[in-house]
Design a protein around this ligand. Structure first.
Ligand code: DLL
Length: 437
């Protein structure tokens, strides 16, 4: 691998599709064999589906392999799906496990190196260089966000600030004093930083930020516009999940119209979540990933529950890796209200386009007299709240109409005083479901 001026590894990221598929097939065969030979769970699964790992002859054969789910990970808690002896595993990460056993994932030394390579490539291709100063405001700990960016930044040779999330005034001081040029955090945290900066009189136009790798949660194009406007930087959508690796599975290039998947390390499929049938490129469904090089914790057809679609068209950036559309949310975050399926991101898309609203909202679901009720709390700007220059009731009704014409059901809007909705330093909570309380 040799980096050129534009690409970290042009030989692979701009390779012909046929070449990429060749690499994928060779690595898929290896991975299926590795799982089969080193792990009882996978052996039983493959045997019961009649899959002979030595008979994977084409990429289409992947469809014969059974899916792996989060429940499989939980049932084998903590280390049951590891495919190397524990002595080879040098790191674990885990989900928070608020709804059951956490899911634990392991990495060998090679896995950590591969992770760094994946994300370094993404960042370098978006313009990050040795001279850059990368502020990592993702959490460090069992969450994968912080460490992924740390390894990648160091691999490029940039100066990395592992500041983690929180203590926002200090974050901003560091950003100013150390002249951070790149930031990695959740999009909701960016907006919180923008608000704190305004309060303490820091202006982003006076800082050096130029690029953000933002992810860990769903966010809309309108949110991107807001972040770019307020933080005076380009905001790229970065996607990943611990089960598959962490951040670095896919990310937008500077064209910002889809997230290139690191296809020499992962095969992506989209399935219909109900029938499990594989869908065509362009059709919306659940993302499924198979890892191609992982040693300690390979995954075969892991069902992510994230809803997206694949975009197989040439990209002006020059990379030939297929793209995925930004995930609109997880199937288990989808709200079904009076028979209509809604993702919180659809509500966000509407709210963010309304002038005089702040980008802070909470969707509140309740059941009253056996009927589901949906309400959205959203903050208004300081100006219209304090100067009372608008009839707020009329304003609420006009937002309700906009939501209705875009989503198709009536959602009650409740305008809130500025700075009353909880801010997020990591993944934002967008829904409060009182039915589950
Ligand atoms: O959130 C990994 C990550 C860290 C990605 C930092 C990007 C930046 P988990 O905690 O395992 O890992 O959560 C993974 O978060 O299945 C999605 O539902 C959601 N998610 C992550 N990135 C995005 C994104 C990390 N860009 C889960 N857009 C995933 C939408 C995202 N959802």
């Amino acid at each position: 691998m040799t980096a050129n001026e534009k690409f970290w590894d042009a030989e692979i990221t701009t390779a012909k599709r046929g070449k990429i598929k060749e690499i994928q097939l060779e690595r898929l065969k290896k991975t299926v064999n590795h799982c089969y030979k080193s792990n009882d769970f996978y052996k039983k699964r493959l045997d019961s589906a009649g899959v002979d790992p030595d008979k994977i002859n084409s990429l289409e054969d992947i469809e014969k392999i059974p899916f792996t789910t989060k429940d499989d990970l939980r049932d084998n808690y903590p280390f049951g799906l590891f495919c190397t002896p524990q002595s080879e595993v040098v790191r674990v990460h885990a989900s928070s496990g608020t709804t059951g056993n956490p899911t634990v994932v392991g990495y060998t030394k090679n896995d950590l190196d591969m992770w760094a390579e994946n994300l370094a490539r993404i960042m370098y291709d978006a313009g990050v260089r040795k001279e850059d100063v990368i502020q990592i405001s993702h959490g460090f700990g069992l969450f994968t966000g912080g460490f992924g960016f740390l390894y990648a930044g160091e691999k490029i040779g940039s100066l990395v600030i592992p500041i983690s999330g929180g203590v926002t005034e200090r974050q901003l001081k560091v950003m100013k004093d150390y002249k951070s040029t790149v930031i990695a955090c959740t999009p909701s945290y960016c907006l919180y930083m923008a608000e704190v900066a305004e309060n303490i009189g820091i202006k982003f136009e006076d800082l050096n930020l130029k690029l953000g790798f933002l992810g860990g949660e769903p966010w809309t194009d309108s949110m991107k516009d807001e972040i770019e406007k307020r933080l005076k930087m380009k905001a790229l959508n970065s996607y990943g999940l611990s089960e598959v690796m962490g951040p670095g599975v896919s990310c937008e290039c500077l064209e910002q119209n889809g997230l290139h998947i690191n296809e020499d390390y992962f095969i992506a499929e989209i399935i219909n979540p109900d029938t499990e049938k594989v869908l065509k490129n362009g059709e919306k469904g659940e993302l499924v990933f198979t890892s191609l090089t992982k040693e300690a914790f390979p995954v075969l057809r892991y069902r992510t529950k994230d809803i997206s679609y694949l975009i197989d068209e040439p990209c002006a950036c020059g990379k030939t890796f297929i793209k995925m559309a930004k995930p609109i949310g997880r199937s288990d975050d989808m709200l079904i209200i009076r028979g209509v399926n809604i993702f919180p991101s659809q509500i966000e898309e509407v709210l963010m386009k309304v002038k005089d609203l702040e980008p802070h909202y909470l969707i509140v679901i309740d059941r009253v007299n056996y009927m589901d009720k949906i309400e959205v709390w959203v903050e208004v700007s300081e100006k219209i709240f304090h100067e009372k220059i608008m009839d707020l009731e009329f304003f609420e009704k006009s937002i309700e109409d906009r939501l209705y014409s875009s989503i198709g059901i009536r959602i009650k809007v409740s305008l809130k005083e500025p700075k009353t909705i909880e801010r997020s330093e990591g993944k934002a909570r967008r829904v409060w479901d009182k039915r589950k309380a």
